[in-house]
Design a binder for this molecule. Sequence first.
Ligand code: NAD
Length: 509
Amino acid sequence: MHRSSRATLDATTLRTRLFIGGQWVDGDDGAEIEVLDPHDGTTITRIAEARATDVDRAVDAAERAFPAWAGTPAAERGRILLRVADLIESNAAELARLESTDTGHPLRDSTRLDVPRTAATFRYFGGMADKHEGSVIPSERGFLNYLAHEPIGVVGQIVPWNFPLMFTSWKLGPALAAGNTVVMKPSELTPLSTLRVAELLQEAGLPDGVVNIVPGYGTTAGWAIVTHPRIRKVSFTGSTAVGRRVVEGSAGNLKRLQLELGGKGANIVFEDADLEQAVNGSAFAIFHNQGQACIAGTRLLLHERIADRFLDDFLSVATNIRLGDPLDMATEMGPLTSSIHRDRVLAYVEVARGEGAEILCGGDGASDPDLAAGYYIRPTVVRARPGDRVSREEVFGPFVVVTTFTDEDEALEIANSTEYGLGNGLWTRDLSRAHRVASRLQSGMVWVNAYKRVSPASPFGGVRGSGYGREMGFEVMHEYTQPKSVWVNVGADLPVWFARPEREKAADG
Ligand code: NAD
């Protein structure tokens, strides 16, 4: 265990080794990953790095644990998840600090959103465990035909760095409720809260080997999960480019896939919208979590009649957002999570300029010298055309593209013109238009007079380049189970299809 460079983390609860078979272990190669604090670029700690042989060990442990876990009464599996939810809450302050230090999320956000949502999601799936019922199918007279939902086996879960704590509950909650065992790879950039949750799972009574955590790089540990012949399903959250590679790499044993990929959400403001609400909601849509959200409202489509009024107000909100140390409760926007990613987002500012877009605000780092060593970017608003690269490609930062439209058809054409289809939103007081536009938006989620609402009860996921499969709700339970149809003859007359030879009939008699 290593001490934190900032005196803010409790070194006694900081976990830095791989979690395999209920033990904290080093990687076979003894390799380590340096975990950096995005506020100032200093080292928080060094963690063990998992490689392919460590993934093998984790799969062995998960395979050994599977029969007993799958056979554990569903209510008991649920009880453990409910205890995890309680433990997340009783360790809320520490988890929020850990997440904010590792990711750069403002403490205000981790405290009010990340931690409570993580607890709520574990609790929801704790309740779900014994409620995901099978069914009886009225298929044929004389038969009891029932459908059972059986766990799949060892599942691999690969997650990105933008909401690592929350993703432990999104991924582990349903997988465990359904009776699977898990090998999870957090992002190499943000492994700390995931490792701490592993410890809380153990404290809650989860048997050894049911969950194994193998932090490592995508091309080594991640790829070992994707291609592993004994992993039966992979749930992947990350970029569309890597998602495509996951599809190819998984072909060997035909494992099932669930892909939660990138987004380029359109946020459409019609001329009859409540502009005050729309401005507030649109600022949350893009600037919360520094815009590092797959469902961020990254394209602001404004009706030409209200565009100037909306923008006046929106720019004043954007330019007044308080950037600062994520651990300061007054901070509204923290740093981006890594320097590489900060550079990628800033490169898009140059792309925008090159395409003749107008930078309405931001486009650079924080002006405060205290933040100079961190990965900060000021809220950035850019006026661009729908065909421009910055209007089509995922930037994944506090970077919003503004464009105007003249009528509903044009708004829909622009909204549906990217390769993505995750979440879109619209603001209007016209009820018919709200439903009409919602039905014509090509995405897995639509918000009306709101943006970026998420609940453990509501299916979450995308269409087209945003992937397939769903997290959350009853839907996700189908992702983590396989249906088995069982036919029991309870009095059907079976047809005699092939005549039996006389000799046998005589012997029977
Ligand atoms: P990424 O695709 O680079 O990495 C995601 C995860 O995959 C990481 O753990 C990484 O180590 C791993 N990985 C990378 N290459 C791999 C490979 N070849 N084989 C196996 N694993 C590999 O994405 P990122 O930069 O970490 O995260 C940002 C992306 O995630 C954005 O595109 C964002 O939209 C997306 N995202 C989607 C959702 C959703 O639910 N749809 C949610 C959050 C983030």
